[in-house]
Design a protein around this ligand. Structure first.
Ligand SMILES: Cc1cc2nc3c(=O)[nH]c(=O)nc-3n(C[C@H](O)[C@H](O)[C@H](O)COP(=O)(O)OP(=O)(O)OC[C@H]3O[C@@H](n4cnc5c(N)ncnc54)[C@H](O)[C@@H]3O)c2cc1C
Length: 551
């Protein structure tokens, strides 16, 4: 029984440290993990290669840096191939912190812990709990969960899988055309080709051609509000909305967050956010979203997913927020944090192939579906740069298509340097997509050189589009003042006010309607960064309090 548990390995050449670390690890983690130790770097490498041969998962390596012969960093480096996803922490003396910071880049070090770590409740367990929770989120033991059966290039199947992936719900995809087991299961479920995509659960009846909401209900996501009236309703679950929900709930407001697709917003699609404070190694958008959503819920916010706000009407001094499914809630204040959506690429054949080789944004599923195929990225901004580097893990042929001469005016220097150092990623300047070719799925692209007007047809497995964004405010039309691009005007940016009913001037982040605030990318003048969105979401709650006090 013990053998099937994932392993935590502790390595130190000083027997009393090994004893202490074993004692502390056992006390907290023995019920879920097998605790293994080694007395030298070499012994650790031997033990880890035996575990790899047995197929035993390793969740965490907690390794002393200073050991004779094979050092802690050596152990972490040597096991990168066998255990790429294991969390890596170094036990260091104060003098080793520089080596530890260097190791963040060299061996993907996740954390370093200064010795001694007494009391473990303060200095050891919080760090390890966090690392293990992250590891668990990405760990897939033998599969028993949801299976999505569909045709490989079906848009409906792709949308369902994207919904599951973005909400971090594990599933297995089965292709009806190539997997005989998929046929057997489809027949057993009494379904035919017209019932695809078919979703099977470990318990309960299957769902045929379900909507994301039907799946959400089956997997226990909250899709309906539990109260009729809230202090504040936050619309949008990106970084701004999640921050507003965390601060609203933690400050005692009855808080409801409504999110159309999945918590995380655009940030949830970022493969590695490297510039958000406090994550020296960077953090994936999916991790950040998972943590923030869990935090908001733990503090008491209600999070509805998927729930799309269709309209808002005034019932002074309250607001009625109506969702696309026709249900509604009443609130005393609102934070609009609906962010931006990708601008659409207008070229022949592109719309027809969305989900079948053409994608807005990237995720693991799309990248893995097109492994080893030529991939193209349209756009010269940071999101296109991040996506290209991420895709280069799946293929040795990623081409960034840009209209200009080079990336210098549109992309951060650190990303350009990483792209230049990556032989799998090429930049093709002066390029424009004229057409996407393929019947059932993308097979090629017609590219035009904007300087010479010459056209070339290239084979392509996938096209990922990052060509800027437009505000997500169609549902707000006529209610609050917007700028010409559809972004929400707030505070000092507001034009002459019509129908302003409060006795005070608009607060910062307040829209042209008292009690409706805006935060993050959707707001005119915002800086379009995760940290900016989080800051504004939190700040908006400060002004919500002020508004509520004046009611
Ligand atoms: C690929 C990519 C990589 C990025 N990398 C970085 C980075 O490394 N560092 C950095 O600082 N920034 C990065 N950014 C930018 C950053 O992600 C955004 O600035 C940030 O996510 C904005 O947060 P937000 O909450 O304002 O809006 P968004 O993240 O856009 O979230 C808005 C949310 O509102 C929801 N929504 C919209 N309309 C409705 C409605 N009617 N009802 C319910 N919900 C609705 C949407 O589904 C969405 O989840 C990146 C962006 C992208 C696309």
């Amino acid at each position: 029984m013990n053998e099937t548990k994932p392993v935590i390995i502790a390595v130190d050449d000083e027997p009393e440290v090994v004893q202490a670390v074993q004692r502390d690890l056992r006390a907290r983690y023995a019920s879920d993990y097998r605790i293994v130790w080694a007395g030298s770097g070499q012994e650790a490498l031997d033990t880890l290669s035996t575990l790899a041969l047995q197929g035993t998962p390793v969740a965490l390596m907690l390794v002393d840096q200073r050991m004779p012969g094979v050092t802690g960093i050596d152990v972490l480096r040597e096991t990168l191939e066998t255990y790429p996803n294991a969390k890596r922490a170094l036990l260091t003396a104060y003098a080793d912190t520089e080596a530890a910071i260097q190791a963040i880049n060299d061996v993907g070090l996740d954390h370093y812990i200064l010795k001694p770590w007494d009391p473990p409740e303060d200095k050891l367990y919080p760090v390890l709990d966090d690392l293990l929770e992250d590891w668990q989120a990405g760990y897939r033991p033998t599969f028993e969960g949801i299976r999505v059966i569909g045709q490989q290039w079906s848009r409906a199947a792709h949308d369902l899988k994207a919904f599951l992936a973005r909400n971090q719900i594990p599933y297995r995809s089965m292709d009806i055309e190539t997997d005989p087991m998929a046929w057997v299961l489809t027949e057993q479920a009494g379904a035919t080709m017209t019932d695809l995509p078919l979703v099977l659960f470990s318990e309960g009846p299957p769902l045929m051609t379900p909507t994301p909401s039907q799946i959400a209900e089956r997997v226990g996501l909250k899709t309906h509000a539990t109260s009729e009236v809230y202090d504040v309703v936050v619309i949008g679950g990106g970084p701004a909305g999640l921050a507003a929900a965390v601060y609203g709930a933690s400050e005692g407001l009855a808080t409801l967050l409504i999110e159309e697709e999945a918590p995380g917003g655009q940030a949830g699609q970022s493969t590695l956010i490297e510039n958000y404070l406090g994550f020296p190694k960077g953090i994936s958008g999916a991790d950040l979203a998972r943590r923030a959503a869990a935090q908001a819920q733990r503090l008491g916010a209600e999070v509805l997913v998927p729930g799309a706000v269709a309209s808002v009407s005034r019932k002074d001094p309250f607001f009625v927020v109506t969702l696309a499914d026709g249900t509604s809630v009443t609130t005393k204040a609102m934070v609009v944090a609906s962010g931006v959506a990708y601008r659409r690429l207008s070229a022949e054949g592109v719309d027809e192939l969305i989900g079948a080789g053409v994608y807005y944004g990237t995720s693991n599923i799309e990248a893995a579906n097109h492994r080893d195929q030529p991939m193209y990225v349209v756009g010269g901004g940071n999101s296109a740069g991040q996506a290209s580097l991420f895709l280069s893990r799946f293929t040795d042929s990623v081409t960034i298509l840009i209209r200009g001469q080079d990336l210098t005016s549109t992309m951060s220097a650190y990303l350009i340097a990483n792209i230049e150092a990556n032989p799998a990623v090429q930049v093709r300047p002066h390029s424009q997509v004229v057409a996407a070719i393929g019947d059932t799925h993308l097979e090629g692209l017609v590219l035009k050189d904007r300087e010479t007007s010459e056209e070339e047809t290239v084979p392509a497995g996938a096209l990922f589009i990052f060509i800027g964004q437009t505000a997500h405010t169609e549902w707000l039309a006529d209610l609050v003042q917007l700028d010409e691009g559809g972004f929400v005007l707030t505070g000092a940016d507001l034009g002459p006010l019509k129908g302003w009913t409060a006795e005070r001037d608009p607060l910062p982040l307040e829209t042209s309607v008292p009690g409706i605030f805006a935060a993050g990318d959707v707001r005119h003048g915002s800086i379009k960064r995760v940290a900016g969105a989080v800051g504004e979401g939190a700040t908006a709650i400060r002004f919500v309090h002020q508004h509520l006090a004046s009611l």
